[in-house]
Design a protein around this ligand. Structure first.
Ligand SMILES: Cc1ncc(COP(=O)(O)O)c(C=O)c1O
Length: 361
């Protein structure tokens, strides 16, 4: 029998969460950080029209999509790369730059897919603690090793939802050696209220920082798989050697372009999500539970114990509300809840209050 590479053979299968509700109940899934709203009419119309070109391969340079992204963010479109979700960008970057002798440094509650990728290429992973659910630049720097090649941060963070302020990111970049790449995953950046965060794409100009974003979150296209990133020219050239040139389908490219051009819808979604996030956070806090302040479309809720979190999870699930247990991420006393529609958030708040009454009332 053919043998897999040794580092693949020892890996556990990629574990997808169980998002089914109790038997016979239709699930409201609040476990995946998906957008609360379906794609807009403009996106649907663009996709329907593009079906006429379904027999052709997609534009492997994503010209129209890059122009739309560059136009909205004021970026040099030559430095933009588009992929089938930002996960593909991360895989490509790791394949191109990391090997068995290298180390990845990430945060305690960082995005675990990066660990999977590191294992795939045989690289080692160091993690920096996140005191009070926040990335601490000094702690990160204290974990830097001579062979650290990539430092990975998520801003705002998944799973905590907290923001690393730009001056801290700049301080991190300045303290890192020049040949260490800083990867900033900004999957949730569009949810951040403007006062909290200005774009930091200018760091890319220094040549040793890359920034990834996605259409899966505020643009609501998780199922269509489009991510994009901003890269120094040299890194872009290396990534293009590794990338599947046809991974972003014709339909996905036009959908993403239409969504990017419709900033009004994205702005409206940002405000609606913020409103529901505030509502749910207030309701849950009033039950005596701790809610980590979030600038994303999810909140992390801390219960008094792992047993208490497990009991709340089951209670919610029995009422059709599927949230994310966090034991697998080192947070057994927490649940992560995606912000959904007003109706879903009201139901979630009421159901948690009912759980609280039954268990502690
Ligand atoms: C922090 C973070 N980065 C990246 C992704 C993946 O995004 P995409 O759908 O673009 O591959 C996710 C998805 O949940 C995420 O939470």
């Amino acid at each position: 029998m053919i043998k897999p590479n040794p580092n693949i053979a020892v890996m556990a299968p990629y574990a997808l969460p169980d998002i089914s509700a109790a038997e016979g109940i239709e699930a409201i899934v609040l476990a995946q950080n998906e957008h609360a709203f379906p794609p807009s009419l403009k996106v649907r119309e663009a996709v329907m029209a593009a079906l006429d070109k379904g027999q052709l391969y997609p534009d492997s340079d994503w010209n129209e999509l890059r122009a739309a992204i560059g136009g909205v963010h004021g970026l040099d479109i030559d430095k933009i790369i588009c992929t089938a979700g930002s996960m593909e960008l991360m895989s490509t970057l790791m394949l191109a730059y990391m090997s068995a002798n290298d180390r990845l440094l990430m945060c305690e509650y960082g995005y675990l897919f990066m660990c999977t990728l590191a294992r795939l290429v045989g690289a080692s992973v160091d993690t920096a603690m996140e005191p009070n659910y926040r990335v601490d630049v000094d702690v990160l720097l204290s974990e830097l090793q001579p062979d650290t090649k990539i430092v990975f941060i998520v801003n705002p963070g998944n799973h905590c939802g907290s923001v690393i302020h730009n001056d801290e990111i700049r301080r991190l970049r300045s303290a890192l050696p020049d040949d260490v790449l800083l990867l900033v995953d900004e999957a949730y950046a569009e949810f951040v209220e403007e006062d909290f965060h200005a774009p930091i794409f200018d760091l890319v100009e220094q040549g040793n920082t890359v920034i990834t974003r996605t259409f899966s979150k505020i643009y609501g296209l998780a199922g269509l798989r489009v991510g994009w990133g901003y890269f120094p020219g040299e890194i872009r050239d290396q990534l293009r050697k590794v990338l599947n040139p046809s991974s972003v389908s014709v339909l996905s490219q036009v959908a993403a372009r239409a969504a990017m051009q419709d900033q009004e819808t994205a702005g409206l979604a940002r405000r609606q999500i913020a409103q529901q996030r505030d509502y749910l956070s207030t309701q849950i806090s009033s039950l005596g539970l701790t809610v980590v302040p979030s600038q994303t479309n999810f909140i992390l809720v801390e219960f008094v114990s792992a047993d208490s979190a497990a009991s709340a999870f089951e209670f919610l699930r029995n009422h059709g509300l599927v949230v994310r247990p966090m034991g697998g991420y080192g947070l057994p006393a927490c649940l992560r809840i995606t912000i959904g529609t007003g109706e879903q958030m009201q139901l979630t708040a009421e159901t948690l209050a009912a759980w609280q009454d039954q268990h502690h009332g």
